[in-house]
Design a protein around this ligand. Sequence first.
Ligand SMILES: Cc1ncc(COP(=O)(O)O)c(C=O)c1O
Length: 363
Amino acid sequence: MDKSFKTFLKHTAKDFHNHSVNPPVVRASTIIFKSMNDIRRTQAKYKRDPRGGYFDYGRQGTSTTHILSKILTRLEESYHVFLTPTGFGAVFLAIFSIVRPGDEILTADPVYNPHDLNSIKKNITKKTPGSNTFEFQDLSKIISIAKKNKILTAIDNTWATPYFFKPIKLGFDMAIVSATKYYSGHSDVMGGSLAVNKKVFKHVEKAQKITGLRLGPDDAYLITRGLRTLDVRLDKHEENAKKVAAFLSKNKKIKLLYPYKKGSFNYKMWKKYYSGASGLMGIKIKTKNKNSVIKFVNSLKLFGYGYSWGGFESLALHQGKSERGNRKYLNLDNDERLVRLHIGLEDPKDLIEDLRKSLKFVR
Ligand SMILES: Cc1ncc(COP(=O)(O)O)c(C=O)c1O
């Protein structure tokens, strides 16, 4: 990431009109105009430039959502970014915009929440790396096969965010990020973003209008505020996660699912596309004693137990069948257990000490 983008994140969207560093929350269903002519002028401007922030009704958003979309469009280096109320809303919008009856969706085995996608069965949706198991796929190869066969592609880039990897630049048609995670960064807001190239823009624009999938201005404000420190937080998540990974990799019972150094799991494929790694990692623990793994997880003091991730705090989850989903190619032996850790912004020394004490329970 070039330095100028870090600076851009701190300096963008100042509101000199209201003299506030952050743009105000503009809540509106009715967008009010001074005259009927004024409405028509705005509608004509929208027609000429649908990405330009011209609204005649609140379902299209307000200046608060427009600002967030502009910042993310720059981060993604995409044609446009649509905003949705959740990350899953962005997945739905991508599919609804493109897929027609009789079409098929090809998904990677570790796609997030496969239970739900299986029931939807000419697109490839990707989640990289795999949720919980962290497989990295050869993305250029997938894109080139898809292009040859006139298949559109979408990727869920929540783990890395476009700070570490820019899918639209590589050639994906659509890129989803759950803004619930690192964009907002404080575990108190939900949102989603769908970055698109020019080819699919019109389809998604139409679908968003029909479905009314709109991010509220209060949530957009919080996500914009979170984004100010996206680079600083992600750099630190990575630094902390690498320290924790180095510690965990010394444990013979543990196989680390995190590309933290040369030779580590999936490092080559990660390095081919990503400039950094975030704070979410998987660990496989080899033991016949499942309960001892549960005891390890339950004994952690600095890791919260809860779904989601991408906030400032560390989290842990023992991955049962319900979290893993109906995987066909899950590489898990009978005597292996899966634990997911989100490494937060605490002092890594404290996190390592917590893990050290609790790992004693693994038998
Ligand atoms: C990788 C990934 N993608 C998408 C989502 C869905 O995002 P949201 O919870 O904002 O709907 C999640 C949620 O956990 C996720 O982990």
